[in-house]
Design a protein around this ligand. Structure first.
Ligand code: NAP
Length: 228
C-alpha cells in the first residue's frame, strides 16, 4: 500500500521504518526536504539527524508534505498536535479527500513544562479538529497512547495490552486495524471506541501517561484493560 507519514520525528521514523519493512511503499513528509537533510545535530530528544537515519533506511523517501499527501492512500499524522492541521493543510486538502488519516498525534501544550497541558480537551479533541478541518478525509485516531517503539512492535511489552481506534468511517477503521495487525497487534487487543469523539479520552490519557512515566522513569509501558 502507498503510505505517507507526515513527520520526521521519532514516531514518524518508527512507523515509516516498520511499514517499509513490511513491504509498503512509504514516504516521509517534511516542511523543507533540503533543510531537513542539511541538519547535522541530533534533535532535542537526541534522535540522530534525518540524513543519518535516511542512510540506514534508503527505502523510505523524504518528500515535501505536499508530495506526501499526493502519495499516500493512507496518511499518518505524526506531527505536534498544535500544528497538525497546518501540516495536513500543507499536505493538501484535495490530496487528502477520501483518504484515511491515521492520527497518532497528541495536542500537547508544553508552556508550563512537564507534564504537558493539552491544547484541546474535554469537549473536543485533536482527532475531531482534524476531521472537521478535512471533512472529506476519513480520520482514525489510534496508537497515541504509547511509546513509538511499542506502536509498531507490541511484542516488546510482555502480556496482553491494548490499543484503541476511534473514527467515523468503518472502512477506514478496518484499514487501520489491518495495519495494526501487521504491526503485531492481536484482534482482541484492539478496542474500538466508536466515533472520532473517542479520541478525547485517548488524548486526555496522556496526562496520566506522563505522570506515570515520571514515577517509573520510563515510557516503556502500556495500558492493559483487564475485565472480569
Ligand atoms: P515531533 O517532534 O512532535 O514532530 C516532528 C515533525 O513535526 C517534523 O516533521 C516537523 O517538520 C513537524 N513540524 C514541527 N513544527 C511544525 C510546524 N510549525 N508546521 C508543520 N510541521 C511542523 O515528532 P514526534 O516526537 O515523533 O511526535 C509526533 C507526534 O506523535 C506528536 O504529536 C506526539 O505528541 C505524538 N506521540 C509521540 C509519542 C512518542 O513516543 N514520542 C507517543 C505518542 C504520541 P520538519 O520535518 O520540517 O522538521
Amino acid at each position: 500500500m502507498k503510505i505517507a507519514v507526515l513527520g520526521t520525528g521519532m514516531v514518524g521514523r518508527a512507523i515509516a521504518d516498520r511499514l517499509s519493512t513490511l513491504g509498503h511503499d512509504v514516504v516521509i513528509g517534511t516542511r523543507d526536504v533540503q533543510e531537513t537533510l542539511a541538519r547535522t545535530e541530533p534533535d532535542w530528544l537526541g534522535n540522530v539527524p534525518f540524513a543519518q537515519w535516511q542512510q540506514a533506511h534508503p527505502a523510505v523517501r523524504l518528500v515535501s508534505f505536499s508530495d506526501a499527501g499526493a502519495h499516500g492512500e493512507v496518511v499518518v499524522n505524526a506531527t505536534p498536535g498544535t500544528v497538525s492541521v497546518a501540516a495536513l493543510e500543507a499536505a493538501g486538502a484535495a490530496n487528502l479527500a477520501g483518504k484515511v488519516i491515521l492520527d497518532v498525534a497528541l495536542p500537547l501544550d508544553m508552556s508550563e513544562g512537564m507534564p504537558p497541558l493539552l491544547a484541546v480537551a474535554n469537549t473536543d479533541s485533536l482527532g475531531e479538529q482534524i476531521q472537521r478541518a478535512f471533512p472529506e478525509a476519513r480520520v482514525v485516531k489510534s496508537l497515541n497512547t504509547m511509546l513509538a517503539d511499542t506502536m509498531v512492535d507490541p511484542s516488546r511489552i510482555p502480556g496482553q495490552h491494548n490499543v484503541f481506534v476511534a473514527g467515523e468511517d468503518a472502512d477506514a477503521k478496518a484499514t487501520v486495524k489491518s495495519l495494526l495487525s501487521e504491526f503485531g497487534w492481536p484482534d482482541e487487543a484492539i478496542i474500538d471506541l466508536g466515533g472520532i469523539r473517542g479520541a478525547r479520552g485517548t488524548e486526555m490519557y496522556s496526562r496520566l501517561l506522563f505522570t506515570v512515566s515520571a514515577e517509573l522513569g520510563t515510557y516503556d509501558f502500556n495500558l492493559a484493560i483487564v475485565r472480569k
